[in-house]
Design a protein around this ligand. Structure first.
Ligand code: 3H9
Length: 703
């Protein structure tokens, strides 16, 4: 048939087999191959046709690398029409994940069977898209409008057994061999004279949708959209499914799909899809680097961070030893873990049984001797270099040879920590983000002497525990926290210039940040930054610098935990409210410091907060601390809740244009001085060459 699609007769069943590794994406050759095979099968001795895939999965969707390029025939709708109009029943045989266009192919088939381990889903929304090959029209016909809306706007995969119960599948096969199982299912269908069942023929009863349903859905979805428009268009498609005949509904879906595929939001989200996978690759690490086995882990420190990390490993069945300084601290740590699991059970995301199993995998100890045989130790003690060096000295003396010794430090020098041991090659940074059992990012910090197999093992175990890993070199704050400095500084400077806290935060929240920087400061505790500043000797001697944050701490307003900071907080609901006293105090301070207050535009707020972050990102790239600009984007999306629809700070800078960013930074330098604003040489260079960070990544062969 073609290189990637074959067709053969197995007795009276025609078998179309797709083989397009790694995930059988619907590239042009696959679409053409399937179309040709279906046409061939119409005229041979077959009585039914099975569509099955080789390798690890059924078709996992359209080929995302083709998006943005000129379309090539045949289009997917043409292939689906051929499937649906086949004169012989076609059975989709699903294993692995039938996703997006792949699941839509199966929806055009007359029957869908799957092995029990398979999953199906429409994840297009995660790429800023909607299912563009009939998913929005066929799914509501199978499972109802409400369930369809939920499935398509969430985009999560659904396990075969559940999908079968919902009506998305016709059969869960009782064997693991999808090809054999589907063949025998197809034969049975032929023997029983099964009809050509087409999803398009099902009608939707408009009265099954309550009045106001779509309006409500739009409102609810807008709350979590954070700049994404796809959810809104998905609602429009489902409205069309209810109101229009299927062919008109498909037309509407196509129109809206085309709008989304050219949207900056989808471009940003596709960038992140590939960036996330790219970040897992370390450019100078041989692909065949042998991994160290990780069968047991120890966590040092049972605080919120240590407890969260312990849960990550217990969740995938790896036993964890939690080491604390005394029984009391241990009990407290175990208590936090139990409470966290109990909340997950309450939310219905875990059964009691699963909880017990996971808690059973975590045991406590107060003795270093007991952790001597573990394969990986993660230190999560207080952020103090001397303390950490001391701990690593003890680990060196206790742990077996070959154990990986990781530090969860957010700021400290991983090289100095490694030097406290006789085996610096085994030392690495594993910087988790709080709460560690929830946040997806893991910054893997490569020390001067970290061994290749240590890095490769940590990247792999990170993926196994469900984290997105990004590699960082050693510097103060690594990639993420180092970039954050200027962001927080400018948010406070803007107050003296004439903004209210609500104005600064609402502009950044309007951009899509989960929380503005001042509200974030209140949440984290203003005293944390205050204390950190006291030990820093590199800050300019400027009374304006962090003026408001310092003053608030000295007034006892440490943020949410004391009930007030930049805002006041309702003691019961924790709802934040503007505080007129603080707004007046800001004005007073500005006058004292001789700052003339003025109206500040939203554009300036965005530029003042984000451009220092981007500028630092460029320095991080120049210094080789980050491998690629896209890694920095991954860090900000998964560790700092930067809106995915903007693609991360470096992608955002590319979309604004580096020339514009550079000119603005120069303008701020001239206005506020070089202490705060020094354009990174890389931004200057790329601005002059008219290039983007993405192009720079590609030129260096790292993208
Ligand atoms: C769509 O279908 C639109 C339609 O509704 C309408 C059309 C008209 N295309 O994730 P992994 C690559 S939109 C191209 O590490 P895993 C990936 O980049 C699509 N490439 O493996 C990676 O490459 P590399 C809807 C793709 O086992 C390699 O495959 N579908 C695609 O952890 C391995 O990927 C989706 O959104 C693709 N569609 O997870 C599904 N998918 O090795 C997207 C993957 O060079 N895919 N690659 O880095 C996934 O969710 C996961 O890849 C999957 C496997 C769960 C399938």
């Amino acid at each position: 048939m073609s290189e990637v699609v074959s067709y053969e007769l197995n007795e009276n069943i025609g078998v179309i087999s797709v083989n397009n590794p790694p995930v059988n994406a619907l590239a042009q050759v696959v679409r053409e191959g399937i179309l040709n095979a279906i046409n061939a099968a119409q005229n041979d001795a077959s009585k039914a046709i099975v569509l099955v895939c080789e390798g690890r999965t059924f078709i996992a969707g359209a080929d995302i690398t083709e998006f943005g390029k000129p379309p090539k025939d045949p289009g997917l709708p043409e292939v689906l029409a051929a499937i649906e109009n086949s004169s012989k029943p076609i059975v989709a045989a699903i294993h692995g994940t039938a996703l997006g266009g792949g699941f839509e192919v199966s929806l055009a088939c007359h029957y869908r069977c799957a092995i029990a381990s398979a999953k199906v889903g429409l994840p297009e929304v995660k790429l800023g898209l909607l299912p563009g090959a009939g998913g929005t029209q066929r799914v509501p016909r199978l499972i109802g409008v409400k369930a369809a809306l939920n499935m398509i706007t969430r985009g999560d995969p659904i396990a075969a057994v559940k999908a079968n119960e919902m009506g998305l599948l016709d059969k869960v096969l009782d064997c693991d061999d999808v090809r054999a199982g589907a063949l025998s299912y197809a034969k049975k269908l032929v023997d029983t004279g099964a009809s050509l069942k087409r999803v398009r023929d099902i009608t939707i009863d408009p009265s099954s949708v309550e009045i106001g349903f779509f309006e409500n859905a739009r409102k609810q979805l807008a709350k979590r959209a954070r700049g994404q428009i796809a959810q809104d268009r998905i609602v429009s498609c489902l409205e069309a499914a209810v109101e229009l005949p299927i062919d008109k509904g498909l037309e509407r879906e196509r129109e809206l799909f085309k709008e989304l595929i050219t949207s900056p939001e989808s471009a940003a989200m596709r960038h992140i899809f590939f960036a996330e996978r790219q970040a897992a690759k370390i450019k100078d690490l041989p692909k065949d680097t042998a991994l160290r086995p990780i069968k047991q882990v120890a966590i040092l420190g049972g605080g919120t961070m240590g407890g969260g990390i312990a849960m990550c490993f217990a969740n995938i069945g790896i036993p964890v030893l939690l080491l604390e300084i005394n029984d009391e601290a241990l009990e407290r740590g175990m208590g936090i873990i139990q409470k966290n699991y109990a909340i997950t059970v309450q939310k219905g995301k875990l059964t009691e049984d699963q909880m017990k199993k996971r808690i059973g995998l975590i045991s406590g100890t107060t003795s270093y001797d007991e952790i001597s045989e573990v394969d990986l130790v993660i230190e999560a003690v207080f952020e103090n270099l001397d303390l950490k060096k001391d701990v690593f000295g003890k680990l060196d003396a206790t742990c077996k040879q070959g154990a990986i010794l990781a530090t969860n430090t957010s700021y400290q020098d991983v090289n100095a920590i490694a030097e406290a041991t006789s085996r610096p090659g085994d030392v690495v940074g594993m910087h988790f983000f709080s709460p560690a059992n929830v946040m997806k990012l893991l910054e893997v910090v490569r020390g001067r002497e970290t061994a290749n197999d240590v890095l490769a093992t940590v990247m792999q175990i990170g993926k196994k525990i469900g984290k997105v890993c990004a590699l960082s070199g050693v510097c103060y704050g690594f990639i993420g926290n180092r970039m954050l400095g200027g962001y927080g500084r400018e948010a406070q400077m803007l107050l003296l210039d004439g903004c209210t806290p609500s104005q600064v935060d609402s502009v950044l929240e309007g951009f899509g940040m989960a929380m503005g920087p001042l509200a974030m400061g209140d949440l984290a505790g203003l005293d944390v930054g205050y204390k950190a500043r006291q030990s820093r000797t590199d800050l300019p001697d400027d009374p304006k610098l962090y003026r408001m944050g310092t003053l608030l701490v000295e007034m006892g307003r440490h943020g949410q935990k004391t009930g007030s900071g930049f805002y006041q907080y309702d003691p019961e609901t924790r709802k934040r409210m503007a505080d007129p006293d603080i707004e007046a105090l800001i004005k007073e301070e500005a006058t004292k410091l001789g700052v003339e207050q003025r109206a500040v535009s939203d554009e300036e707020i965005l530029a003042r907060c984000f451009y220092p972050l981007i500028n630092e990102g460029a320095k991080i790239l120049e210094e080789g601390i980050a491998q690629r600009a896209s890694d920095i984007d991954v860090v900000y999306i998964y560790g700092y809740a930067f809106p995915v629809a903007k693609g991360g700070p470096m992608h955002y800078a590319d979309s604004v244009g580096l020339k514009n960013v550079y000119e603005k930074i120069c303008e701020f330098r001239d206005r506020y001085g070089e202490d705060y604003w020094q354009p990174a040489p890389l931004i200057k260079q790329l601005a002059e060459e008219g290039k983007t960070f993405a192009e720079w990544d590609r030129e260096r062969g790292v993208a």
